[in-house]
Design a protein around this ligand. Structure first.
Ligand SMILES: Cc1cc2nc3c(=O)[nH]c(=O)nc-3n(C[C@H](O)[C@H](O)[C@H](O)COP(=O)(O)OP(=O)(O)OC[C@H]3O[C@@H](n4cnc5c(N)ncnc54)[C@H](O)[C@@H]3O)c2cc1C
Ligand SMILES: NC(=O)C1=CN([C@@H]2O[C@H](COP(=O)(O)OP(=O)(O)OC[C@H]3O[C@@H](n4cnc5c(N)ncnc54)[C@H](OP(=O)(O)O)[C@@H]3O)[C@@H](O)[C@H]2O)C=CC1
Length: 456
């Protein structure tokens, strides 16, 4: 490695997903003269478009898959290198790519995303959904399937159980209720009937981020610079795509080989310990998969423990002391916020400026859609970390809305809003200003009171 010619950049960002692209954009806006490289294994970059700040902390945006040229035309200081990083040498501040090139950095930010924690990697019938390729493989295998088993209780399992048709679905969840990553047993009960009826398109669907895809750049391993002196290097295509996102299933047909529309049976408190191939259906020692987060630990400046190495997005684990109302979840919005903040921190470091943890890490907020209902999650929406020291207020109209408020010491610390409740902004304010709501009691959720006027 020592003999090979190195190219040096002031900043190198690894990963062309939302976190990496937001990071290079932020760096380039703050220091337009900086020599910045984005090294990515995927043939596109993901860019945030139609960004909209819905309220103080809630945000919505579209995501588009774009060719590299879009980035280098906008920021001429950026060089995009299409190859996978295969090794990092923190002592010498350098890294090596799959096509044999070596790049040195002054500051590095790793935004290479997460990896699905599959129960097994060597069984062709076990699929994990992460990127376009894996979603297409699912479509292919599903088309001949009469029965599938969905294992997991996160967002992907929720979406699959609702979307798959023409096939029996057995859904194995570890917990006593579905969707425990996002909500409690009450909300699960509200949603379950949607699994038993035909899929519906609600009158007012919430606005959802969507991908638009353009043709990939030709060639497999390339460098794109603003002066268009693209160097091409000839290794094969690299498979390390970006994580999909909202509406990932819109472009694919999730239909099995049967005529039935939807048939989901739930297996609660079911932790899959081993998956047998047909030849292995005999007693064998059992192992439970580790439940390790596995992310790169970062501090409140998005720095890892290695000198000059930052990380952002799904690949990192936020190890600073969190605000009482925020928690990390590997979501699109947090990938954008972390990438943006990492870019600011890197720029502040070289400009010798001080920087404080951004306001976006003050309150957890997420807008999404499950079973075709708009879902808004705020703060400690599931009473996370509160122990028994909290109370809940609930309001539910079957098939229409589910509203849950989490109170601690009389103050609102979290909320789950399912359906078109229109309460998100008011509740966000009540959570942020930590007003004592004891005098209002259950009136807080009285549907006959216009709560917005109440607190004006
Ligand atoms: C099926 C699915 C549905 C989802 N739905 C939602 C949703 O509805 N709402 C929501 O908020 N979030 C959702 N998410 C989560 C969201 O997609 C991720 O949190 C987000 O995309 C993470 O962005 P990132 O930039 O950190 O990583 P990624 O988008 O995964 O990008 C990682 C980048 O790093 C590159 N890379 C990886 N390894 C290397 C390497 N060695 N060298 C060079 N480059 C490398 C990849 O090619 C890619 O460009 C979903 C995720 C999945 C899988
Ligand atoms: N609409 C949205 O906002 C969506 C967001 N996403 C995000 O994308 C990312 C990836 O989604 P996803 O893969 O669903 O992530 P999650 O990690 O949230 O879900 C994985 C699920 O599988 C369960 N599990 C793991 N091992 C076993 C086992 N052996 N037997 C039974 N269950 C098991 C986990 O339980 P346990 O947690 O107890 O280990 C968990 O419920 C997440 O960050 C998610 O938040 C995805 C889809 C939609």
């Amino acid at each position: 490695m020592a003999d090979r010619k190195k190219k040096t950049f002031s900043f190198v960002i690894v990963g062309g997903g939302i976190a990496g692209v937001t990071c290079v954009e932020q760096l380039s806006s703050q220091i337009p003269s900086a020599d910045v490289a984005l090294i990515t294994a995927s043939p596109y970059i993901k860019t945030v478009t139609n960004y909209k700040q819905v309220s103080k902390t809630l945000e919505e945006f579209d995501v588009a898959e774009r060719p590299f040229s879009v980035l280098v035309e906008k920021f001429p200081n950026i060089t995009v290198i299409h190859s996978a990083v295969i090794s990092l040498h923190t002592q010498s501040h350098s890294l090596e790519t799959a096509d044999g090139r070596i790049f040195s950095y002054e500051k590095l930010c790793i935004c290479s995303g997460g990896r699905p924690k599959l129960l097994t990697w060597d069984n062709p019938y076990v699929l994990g959904i992460r990127d376009t390729d894996s979603a297409q493989e699912l479509q292919k295998q599903l088309s001949t399937a009469k029965r599938i088993i969905v294992v997991g209780n996160g967002g992907i399992a929720l979406e699959l159980a609702y979307e798959v048709e023409g096939c029996e679905v057995i859904w194995a969840v570890k917990d006593k209720a579905i969707g425990n990553t996002f909500f409690d047993a009450g909300a699960a009960q509200f949603l379950i009937p949607s699994l038993e009826v035909e899929k519906t398109i609600r009158a007012a669907p919430c606005k959802r981020p969507r991908y638009t895809t353009e043709d990939p750049e030709p060639g497999a391993s390339q460098t794109f610079t603003a002066d268009k002196n693209a160097q091409r290097h000839g290794s094969g295509p690299i498979e390390a795509g970006s994580a999909l996102g909202p509406d990932w299933h819109d472009g694919i047909v999730l239909r099995g080989a049967e005529q039935v529309s939807r048939r989901v049976s739930l297996e609660y408190q079911c932790e899959v310990e081993k998956i047998f191939t047909s030849a292995e259906l005999l007693n064998s020692p059992q192992q439970t998969p580790e439940n390790d987060d596995g992310g790169l630990q970062v501090d409140d400046h998005m720095m890892t423990s290695e000198p000059d190495v930052y990380a952002a997005g799904d690949v990192c684990t936020a190890c600073w002391v969190h605000s009482a109302l925020w928690q990390q979840m590997r979501l699109w919005t947090q990938a954008r916020q972390m990438g943006w903040y990492a870019g600011r921190c890197m720029a502040a470091n070289v400009l010798s400026e001080s920087i404080e943890l951004d306001f976006c890490f003050e309150l957890f907020s997420h807008i999404t859609k499950f079973f075709n209902y708009k879902v808004v999650l705020l703060g400690k929406f599931n009473g996370q970390g509160l122990g028994p020291d909290h109370e809940l207020l609930l309001r539910c109209t079957k098939g229409q809305e589910y509203v849950k408020v989490v109170l601690s010491g009389g103050r609102m610390v979290g909320a789950v809003l399912i359906g078109e409740t229109d309460l998100e902004e008011t509740f966000e304010n009540l959570i942020l200003n930590q007003m004592d709501l004891t005098p209002y009691g259950e009136e807080l959720l009285n549907p006959n009171i216009d709560i917005e006027d109440y607190f004006d």
